[in-house]
Design a protein around this ligand. Sequence first.
Ligand code: AMP
Length: 197
Amino acid sequence: MTGIVFLGPPGVGKGTQARRLAEYLGVPTISTGQIFRDNMAANTDLGAQARQYMDAGELVPDSITDPMVENRLAQPDVAGGFILDGYPRSLAQAQSLERMAHTNGFQIDLVIDIQAPRDVLVAHMLKRAGEENRADDSPEIFARRLEAYAQKTAPVTDYYRDRQVLAPVDGLGTILEVGERIVCVADSVGLLAGSDK
Ligand code: AMP
């Protein structure tokens, strides 16, 4: 079973691109941020636990996030492959994912790392703040999320580069342009082979 990971700073459009590729490949997207937001909206215990960290622009602790991902990856709909959006976000999470892969019989075959300059990320955040009303899309909290990314998530790229599955993708351009680049990358590593694409 093939897993694809989307990495990249907040505001780079990785959620949008992850959903587009998932639709293209016919596999589910697992977005940890979206699962947390859904739980917050539904007032679950998990939502209450995550809220304080999300509202502060910090990462939710691994003791909450890792079991949530492990449970999701045990669902039957991931048997044909899956896309992870927003996980792993630290070296410790990357190691947890490797352990889950070992136990559950899947592998991460491709890690798409979308990058864009900070001013583009901020512009995207401001646009999204108007459209989606996310509590963590304020300039101050967004700056903290960028910092959490630089400190904790950026080192994950080295981890996957060493494993020779990292594919950097230029995040500048329209959704369609960036999406085209991603499909090319997926094709180049053989992930479209055997599909009707
Ligand atoms: P996102 O929608 O991916 O931008 O995530 C929004 C927020 O959810 C992040 O700023 C974190 O507070 C939290 N979050 C999402 N994914 C993770 C993760 N893998 N580990 C810890 N916190 C996460």
